[in-house]
Ligand binder design. Structure first.
Ligand code: HEC
Length: 119
C-alpha cells in the first residue's frame, strides 16, 4: 500500500537527516572517524544487542537480519569474524550509515555484534 511506502521513505529520511549521517556513511562534519574500538571482539550482551539491532539496524537488515535494503545477516558469522562485523558498523561501506560513535557507543557495538553472531 502507498502508506507503507510513505512510512519507509519517512524512516529513511529520518535516518539520513540525523546529524552526521550521509549516504556514504562519512560524517557530514568531515571529521576523521575514530579508530575501530579494540575491545569489540570481546563477547558482548546479545540481549541488549538485540534491542539495539531492532532500533538501529532492522530498518535495512530486516527482522532477525533476514535482509531488505541491506543484505541478509543470517549466518553472517560464517562469512565475517566478530571484528569484521564490528568494522562494518564503525567504518561502514557503501550505503550503510555510520552509527558509531553515536548513537552506538563502543559497548553498544560489542553488544550488537554479539547479537548479529546469533542470527
Ligand atoms: C540505512 C540502511 C542500513 C542500516 C540502518 C544498517 N545497515 Fe548494515 N548494511 C547496509 C547496506 C546497504 C550494506 C551493504 C554494504 C555493501 O555494499 O557492502 C550493509 C552491510 C552490513 C554488513 C556486512 C554484510 C556482508 O555480508 O558483508 C553488516 C555486518 C551490517 N551491515 C550490519 C549492520 C548492523 C549491525 C547495523 C545496525 C547497527 C546496520 N548494519 C545498519 C545498510 C544498512
Amino acid at each position: 500500500m502507498k502508506s507503507r511506502f510513505v512510512t519507509i521513505i519517512a524512516l529513511l529520511t529520518a535516518w539520513f537527516s540525523m546529524p552526521g549521517q550521509t549516504l556514504a556513511g562519512v560524517p557530514a562534519s568531515g571529521t576523521p572517524a575514530d579508530p575501530a574500538p579494540a575491545a569489540v571482539a570481546a563477547s558482548g550482551d546479545s540481549a541488549h544487542g538485540k534491542q539495539l539491532f531492532n532500533r538501529y539496524c532492522v530498518v535495512c537488515h530486516g527482522a532477525a537480519g533476514s535482509g531488505g535494503l541491506g543484505p541478509s545477516l543470517k549466518k553472517i558469522e560464517s562469512r565475517l569474524s566478530g571484528p569484521q562485523i564490528a568494522h562494518q558498523i564503525t567504518e561502514p561501506r557503501a550505503a550503510m550509515p555510520r552509527l558509531y560513535p553515536a548513537p552506538l557507543t563502543e559497548d553498544d557495538v560489542r553488544d550488537v555484534v554479539s547479537y548479529v553472531q546469533t542470527l
